[in-house]
Design a protein around this ligand. Sequence first.
Ligand code: ADP
Length: 488
Amino acid sequence: MSKKSKNLEPNTGWDFDPAPEKVPVEIKAQYDLFIDGKWVKATSKKFFNTINPATEEKLSEISEASEKDVDLAVKAAAKAFGSWSKLPGKERAKYIYRIARILQERAREFAVLETMDGGKPIRESRDVDVPLAAAHFFYHAGWADKLEYAFPGLKPKPIGVAGQIIPWNFPLLMAAWKIAPAIACGNTVVLKPAETTSLTALRLAEVFEEAGLPPGVVNIITGAGSTGAALVNHPGIQKIAFTGSTEVGKVIRRSVAGSGKKLTLELGGKAANIVFEDAAIDQAVEGIVNGIYFNQGHVCCAGSRLFVQESVREEVLQKLKFRMRSLILGDPLDKNTDVGAINSAEQLKTIQHYLSLGKKEGLEMYQNAGGTPKKGFWCQPTLFEDVAQSSVIAQEEIFGPVLAIQTFRTIDEVIQKANNTPYGLSAGVWTDKGSKIFNLTSELKAGVVWANTYNKFDPTSPFGGYKESGFGREGGIHGLAAYLNLEG
Ligand code: ADP
């Protein structure tokens, strides 16, 4: 029996040992802050626990950086900027290439750690997050000595100290997205990971040490919202790069206003994934599943609103439900797992709140049967059928494995519905007509539009949104520009 057909019968008939990955990963009992190339105690002397969301077991204690610690980190970065910004690009590149190679060498360890701390399936951290993180360092290392060719006729200069705040859904990858372009352009960095997922950013600091990156070029400070706010408000920061919720993005925008700090915001999303009747339906169903159930739907560009052309509604729904039933929810460290744990108890509560709202609205809900493990935070893949445009399920970002399905008849109708959202980060289109793809991509108000694929990422490709999804781009030449002063 092929692996594929076996996947159709979850939890039954295994003829091999589905033993989880057992790569030993050393996790310290406590982690200090990484400031000026050294591990230093937080002046607050406070720690908070980081747990494995699949087991609720405590993994380690993480330092809570105070305002004083933020100040020390920013000062270290400002001091390092003096020499790092003057280093020839090809010398900066050597460090960044080294970081990329070490990440590759330690890929397995990073993948296991990411999965333990965040709950995502090992297959995703192993095949997507870690290789892409390394790719971001490789790609930006390549730019470090070619910046004047990226911006012909301009004189690109680094900005200064970048304060970077990242979320918990792609902890290592987001750190790489932010740090690689910043340091390639000659800036220095103070980065704060999200409070539920600090471990891989801290381990990345070990990679910086191993690569011999000069002290202070990248500082990693841990903590929650107040630490992030202290970083945003510090006068020694010249650039803020934030990825997270629209709510916090708005707060940051207000606090930065008038300060002269450069700002990029990558915020929430409620992407339309549009399936036309002429699409390759089986392929589209794979794209729908990947679009919403990848990383438990903890993806800002998740295809959380499915628009199906009315004529193929039955076929798509039937195939989608069939495919959903084949998804294996369980131990994230098991390489056969498709759906891992929800990142935190708090996020599970948010998701459950939306599920009950949907039911209260009278929507038809379909959820995979099969129950969930007793310990940990879990949500079976879920969809709501025939969701009204005005429904909260179609309007608000849930950030979980919950799909809102709507139908449409004409291209104009679907464009109007797809754009009827405060967000504008991404979209997907499934059709065999190139003309439809071109028509739609110019009409959809979304920073990224995938055609006949979904959730494809590459360091060369700019990523970012419109409207309440934020502004500025990360990746590609556009992403470099966000870390440079460009003068004629
Ligand atoms: P989510 O709602 O998905 O958890 P958040 O926007 O709350 O996303 O968190 C994203 C990042 O922003 C995290 O690193 C978090 O600690 C940080 N953060 C939260 N509140 C603030 C704030 N007021 N100022 C700066 N950073 C913040």
